[in-house]
Design a protein around this ligand. Structure first.
Ligand SMILES: [Fe+2]
Length: 179
């Protein structure tokens, strides 16, 4: 008997509205992007409150599958603005049970999220169209209103944008507490 094992849960939620996206862009404009040491979710804005709730609802659903005794908490979050010709190098968030991103602005071609297969480098994996040789990805299109959550140990990167309009994303790290 042959079993396929080691599957990884990835959450993809197309849940944002134009109103939420415009509110988040306004909240980002009111404060410098990538301001060092500032937790995006500690700012006060109705759109940030809404996104915090959506992130926690999605993380709760993902954790309940495997860890029903845990409640997710947001450790920190930050806003990113990526112009064209700036890919994001492969990295992980190893101290977070879940990490994620939400896109308030993501024009077509702005740079998809590339989630690296933990078996990358293995000839058993299915190779896709990632930019790094011998790495195996699931390519997830960046689009407005989309939220993506994944276990923090998953190495990920962002493909180079091919358009002028920047991609704006809000990244987040989750911890847990016992219920
Ligand atoms: Fe990341």
């Amino acid at each position: 008997m042959i079993h396929q094992m080691f599957s990884i849960p990835i959450g993809i939620y197309d849940i944002g509205s134009d109103r939420l996206n415009q509110g988040l862009l306004e909240a980002i404009r009111m404060n410098p992007i990538n301001e060092a040491g500032v937790d995006f979710f500690k700012r006060s804005h109705p759109a940030i409150d809404e996104l915090r709730t959506l992130f926690l609802q999605a993380a709760t659903e993902m954790l309940n599958e495997r860890f029903p005794e845990f409640t997710p908490t947001i450790k920190n979050g930050w806003a990113n603005q990526h112009p064209s010709d700036q890919p994001l190098a492969p990295h992980a968030h190893p101290h977070s049970i879940l990490a994620g991103a939400y896109y308030p602005q993501a024009p077509q071609g702005c740079g998809d999220l590339l989630l690296q297969d933990p078996n990358a480098g293995s000839m058993w994996a299915n190779y896709t169209d990632g930019p790094y040789q011998y790495m195996v990805y699931q390519r997830i299109q960046a689009k407005p209103g989309r939220m993506v959550l994944f276990p923090g140990h998953i190495v990920h990167s962002v493909a180079t944008s091919t358009v002028r309009e920047p991609r704006v994303s809000i990244a987040v790290n989750f911890g847990v507490q016992y219920k």
